[in-house]
Design a protein around this ligand. Structure first.
Ligand code: THU
Length: 132
């Protein structure tokens, strides 16, 4: 699957976002080594702190289904009813991704148009926290 196709899957997932409090919708599409794609969207909560980001929904889905090695993640986010813009993953999601993904993981970000910006997880999270 190429970066454009993966980003399209993220944009589709973004349409399922439950974001009545922030009005900011996010979709993620995580490509496993098996070739399977796991999507996620942000799911907010009236109590705020239980809110889960799109990226973590996607990775938790994947790991819970037995896949724990990944090659790329695409992310699209933005205000409701506006074109998907760049939405770099938050710090918590970077740390969660780093538990399972290599520093070379491609992070494909929507750019507000038809294109994408591609970074690596290592560039987004140098010196990740790890035990020992
Ligand atoms: N959000 C994500 O889904 N992913 C991120 O990496 C950053 C933020 C969500 C959480 C919340 O529902 C909304 O965006 C505004 O913070």
């Amino acid at each position: 699957m190429n970066p454009t196709e993966l980003l399209q899957r993220a944009k589709e997932a973004q349409t399922n976002a439950y974001a009545p409090y922030s009005g900011f919708t996010v979709g993620a599409a995580l490509l496993g080594k098996s070739g399977k794609v796991y999507t996620g969207c942000n799911v907010e909560n009236a109590s705020f702190s239980p809110t889960c980001c799109a990226e973590r929904v996607a990775i938790f889905k994947a790991v819970s289904e037995g896949e724990s090695e990944f090659v790329a993640i695409a992310i699209a986010g933005g205000k409701k009813n506006e074109p998907a813009a760049a939405c770099p993953p938050c710090g918590v999601c970077r740390q969660v991704l780093s538990e399972f993904c290599p520093e070379e993981l491609s992070v494909i970000l929507a750019d507000g148009g038809e294109g994408a910006t591609v970074l690596t997880l290592g560039a987004l999270l140098p010196h990740r926290f790890h035990l020992s």
